[in-house]
Design a protein around this ligand. Structure first.
Ligand code: NAI
Length: 298
């Protein structure tokens, strides 16, 4: 079955290069009209350039339809304006891929609070800004597909990326709640955790792996996750043509009573508390409360 985006309008943030560019090209090839957003800064978020316009030129040269937007995802008013412009030109916005990102890596000991705040602002608040800017429209038109970009750092941690990891797991959390709130309006929200050789990873990838981990080998997951038949609330790992699913699981746990309801009791039963046999993947926060009641009854 061919996946088509005919009649659909997509916004891809940070699409002036790397992964976002690959997503925008694939969506446009499949018929979507694409807003290529990028302020065109350096890896640490400083400066600007015409990166978005260059990708628009590539899309148009291949016969597709696109418009450039140089707004910053950190500026809510600019994102509202971007969405209004897309609606005016093309009638609505059906797809949003929150992909824009920056890095300011340092061990936490050496990290300035301003570098922590800046990275969280671009990834987490930036994605919330863009999502808020399309949210009412998607609810009203009863159609929306939104993709957040997390990272292995958010899910599992990586040395020197405390700011980035905090923002990235925040995005997986944002997905979980928006998937619930969007369900009845046919708004699906998913998370991708990509691994790709881009300028963001050029100094950590060995050269031979850099060539294998192409943005184009991640794009199929992003494109599927914003398609009509996309799941919702999924966390999908993608790199070099390998696709994975990540879950936030919960062990059945152990109810403690009397004297054992103490720090000493936790220490004594740590193995049972953390035993993964029978663990579940709660579909909402309420399911954790239900599993607590179940453990009390056991
Ligand atoms: P990249 O640096 O090529 O792409 C990020 C783009 O976002 C850049 O073009 C940049 O100009 C743009 N951008 C930065 N701040 C912006 C702002 N305020 N407003 C609008 N655009 C802005 O890097 P890459 O690798 O393509 O990253 C894309 C996304 O994937 C990022 O969210 C990144 O954190 C994430 N990611 C990448 C991984 C990888 O292995 N390359 C691993 C895990 C996550």
């Amino acid at each position: 079955m061919t996946i088509s985006f005919d009649g659909k309008v997509a916004i891809v943030t940070g699409a002036g290069g790397g992964l976002g560019r690959a997503y925008a090209l694939d969506l446009a090839r499949r018929g979507a009209r694409v807003v290529v957003n990028d302020l065109g800064g350096a890896r640490d978020g400083t400066g600007t350039s015409d990166a978005a316009a260059q990708v628009v030129a590539e899309i148009e040269a291949a016969g597709g339809t696109a418009m450039a937007n140089g707004g910053s995802v950190t500026d809510y008013a600019q994102m509202v304006e971007m969405v209004a412009h897309a609606k005016e030109a093309w009638g609505g916005v059906h797809i949003l891929i929150n992909n824009a990102g920056v890095l300011r890596d340092k061990s936490f000991a050496k990290m300035e609070p301003a570098d922590f705040a800046f990275v969280v602002d671009v990834h987490l608040n930036g994605s919330a800004n863009c999502t808020k800017a399309v949210w009412d429209m998607m609810r009203e038109q009863a159609y929306g597909r939104i993709l957040m970009t997390a990272s292995s750092t958010g899910l599992y941690g990586n040395f020197g990326q405390a700011n980035y990891g905090a923002a990235k797991l925040g995005l997986a959390g944002l997905t979980k709640t928006l998937a619930l709130e969007g369900a009845k309006y046919n708004v699906h929200v998913n998370t991708i955790a990509p691994t790709a050789g881009t300028r963001m990873t050029q100094d950590i990838f060995p050269a031979e792996l850099f060539a294998k981990f192409t943005p184009e080998s991640v794009a199929p997951a992003a494109v599927y996750l914003v398609s009509e038949d996309a799941p919702t609330s999924a966390i999908v790992g993608a790199g070099a043509g390998v696709f994975q699913a990540a879950y936030v699981t919960l062990t059945p746990g152990k109810a403690l009573h009397g004297d054992e309801l103490s720090a000493e009791g936790i220490a004594a039963h740590w193995a049972a508390i953390t035993d993964r046999a029978g663990e579940i993947v709660p579909q909402s926060g309420a399911e954790q409360a239900m599993s607590i009641l179940k453990a009390l009854q056991a």
